[in-house]
Design a protein around this ligand. Structure first.
Ligand code: KG4
Ligand code: ZN
Length: 329
């Protein structure tokens, strides 16, 4: 079995995965959403301190599996340097004390492999990764061959939801809250611009849309619940229309046989429905992660680690470090 640790942002999570069967034997995650919500976003130093409390608490529950472990896996990039470090310190301590090899896992590969938890991997696949830190389309050929086809020029899809929620004083994380408000609102109440709609470029951008929402909020004298719902609905419509315009362009150029949406923001119902429709139109097989594995978790890190274990991709303890300069793969 492999014990995997995830601490790249505000979720402390540990999983144990059976190497042969790929069964998820143990999985636990402690989220810090409540502690960060008062700040309207993740405060890195607070997140790191909370990992120091949460990770050992979870690890205690795993002690009965220690004798069956063959490797320790940990997320090393991308993520917040101070929080990644907490996972890496724990992984190194376990590696030395239990005499086990270390596996360094890329968080974005983790999101892609969240599709294959307790399953065989099915690659090649075109993948849309939408999270708090990323908005990317990736051509995933195999574990070690992943090419970015399109990416954001500024902010990410998930982060724009977080910012809109913050501007409306709705709490953190913004994605689920804005989606909930949007359900009660009129999506045509505000005419927010769809980013890059006139550009032939296949890329994403959210800074202009965020700014348009900010100006609409400033123009309102009284932010009633109805106005907040209308802003959320109109914003969500523009944000999803933007992704869909670019995805349609990509599909038109070359419709993939297999397509997936992964990452925390792939939980967005509006986006899921639009993607489902597109895939049906092009007879593309659509893959979605289970909702509980969309946001950050150690189960997806463990699933990547199984593949790396089979390739014997280990990192010596003195070489394992956070790779804070790595922004993608
Ligand atoms: O993958 P994830 O857990 O962490 C990162 O690696 O960033 O993604 C978290 C992001 C947050 O920005 C959150 O607001 C967004 O995913 N999110 C959503 C939804 N649920 C979570 N965004 C839009 N709609 C949702 N339903
Ligand atoms: Zn993530």
């Amino acid at each position: 079995m492999i014990l995997s640790i995830e601490s790249s942002c505000d979720d402390s999570s540990i999983a144990i995965t059976d190497i042969q069967t790929k069964e998820l034997v143990y999985h636990k995650k402690i989220s810090q959403e409540l502690q960060h919500s008062v700040y309207g976003g993740v405060v890195p130093e607070l997140a790191a301190r909370l990992h120091v409390e949460a990770l050992p608490k979870i690890l205690q529950e795993c002690e009965s599996y220690f004798s069956q472990l063959k490797a320790i896996a940990v997320t090393t990039a991308p993520g917040l340097a101070v929080t990644l470090m907490e996972g890496v310190i724990m992984a190194k301590a376990l590696s030395v004390s239990l005499n086990l090899p270390l596996i360094s896992v890329n968080h974005l590969k983790g999101h892609i492999y969240s599709l294959f938890i307790e399953k065989e991997q099915q690659l090649p696949m075109l993948v849309l990764l939408v999270s708090g830190g990323h908005t990317q389309v990736i051509q995933a050929q195999s574990l070690n061959s992943m090419d970015i086809v399109a990416t954001t020029m500024d902010d990410s899809f998930g982060e724009s939801f977080d910012k809109v929620a913050k501007m409306l004083d709705l709490g953190y994380p913004g994605g689920p809250i804005v989606q909930e408000y949007a359900l009660k609102g009129d999506e045509n109440a505000y005419d927010f611009p769809v980013p890059l709609s006139q550009s032939p470029k296949i890329a994403f951008s959210y800074s202009g849309l965020k700014n348009a929402v900010r100006m609409a909020i400033e123009a309102e004298k009284n932010l009633s619940e109805e106005i907040k719902a209308n802003i959320c609905a109109s914003f969500q419509k523009a944000a999803v229309t933007h992704i869909m315009q670019k995805m349609k362009k990509l599909f038109k150029q070359h419709a993939p046989k297999r397509f997936a949406i992964v990452g925390g923001a792939s939980a967005n119902i509006f986006l899921r429905q639009a993607i489902e429709k597109l895939c049906k139109e092009y007879k593309t097989e659509l893959f979605l992660s289970e909702l509980k594995f969309c946001s950050d978790n150690a189960a997806m890190i463990g699933r990547v680690a199984v593949e790396q274990y089979e390739k014997q991709e280990f990192t010596p303890v003195h070489e394992l470090d956070i790779q804070s300069r790595v922004k993608t793969f």
